[in-house]
Design a protein. Structure first.
Length: 273
């Protein structure tokens, strides 16, 4: 067991991560997983959690935390009337289906594979946000089915593999089809709810009976981390939502891009460093 001083340091790190994750959840319409997953990966490493399950545990625990965080963020954004409820209703099957498929894939994928997926997608989206041009549009409005259904499923799969709430991908999808960034951010909070709930149960199933997770874990979910961080993220998420509605579109895009680049770099260093 780690020394008391080390455990205190871990607790402080988790508290800081929870606070930042809650702010990001409201500000960018994400569940905070893009920062929680790298932090969990590092902390679980210091706790000597085996490499083979460390990333899986980080992703699963992040999804569990995203459940209440995304729900609170979604309610805050909906109060501003910015959520595209029609899109969320059309994805009520597609997105959860993708999250379940992601859990099935994760049960067989290696730690390196999950880290690479996380970094690659984050960098692609960061490029899109940082160097956004008005001409980068695929249409004047969102496409219909079956393409929209397939996109929702894809967002569920990729987000479930990354341990994020889907805001990273949904923001890109909606803005490419000429939707305002603020609406994309608000709607992404609802997408996070559709991903995190089935994702939680999926990662419990994927890690059921697997050796390596620390005490108080069910499958690939560590409940100590969940219980410790959820109160912080739920308290701070509405603050981020209020900030989002005071910022310009370009400020949101640049901030989001910088955040993703830093996150991706962390995982690439862990793979190739």
């Amino acid at each position: 067991m780690p020394a008391v001083s080390e455990l205190a340091l871990f607790a402080l790190m988790l508290a800081a991560a929870g606070a930042v994750a809650g702010l990001l959840a409201g500000l960018f319409g994400i569940g905070g997983g893009a920062i929680l997953v790298p932090v969990f990966y590092q902390v679980f490493g210091w706790l000597d959690v085996p490499e083979a399950v460390r990333m899986h545990l980080s992703v699963g625990t992040s999804l569990a935390i995203i459940v209440p965080t995304s729900l609170r963020s979604y309610m805050a954004h909906r109060s501003h009337g910015a959520v595209d409820q029609k899109l969320l209703s059309g994805w009520i099957i597609a997105v959860p289906l993708g999250a379940i498929i992601a859990a099935v894939i994760a049960s067989e994928a290696s730690s390196v594979t999950l880290r690479f997926i996380f970094a690659a997608i984050a960098l692609l989206v960061a490029f899109r946000m940082m160097f956004n041009r008005a001409s980068w549009r695929l249409g004047s409005d969102l496409p219909g089915n079956p393409f929209k259904f397939l996109v929702g499923t894809g967002i569920g799969i990729l987000s479930g593999l990354m341990g994020i709430g889907g805001g990273v991908l949904n923001n890109t999808f909606m803005t490419l089809y000429s939707r305002p960034m603020h609406q994309a951010v608000a709607t992404s909070a609802g997408v996070g709810v559709l991903i995190s709930l089935p994702g939680l149960f999926g990662y419990v199933w994927a890690g059921w009976g697997v050796s390596g997770p620390p005490p108080f874990s069910t499958g690939f979910i560590n409940w100590i981390a969940v219980a410790f961080i959820i109160p912080l993220t739920m308290y701070i998420a509405p603050i981020g939502a209020r900030l989002a509605h005071r910022m310009s579109k370009r400020q949101l895009e640049i901030g989001f891009g910088i955040f993703l680049i830093v996150t991706a770099a962390r995982f690439l260093i862990s793979i190739y460093g």
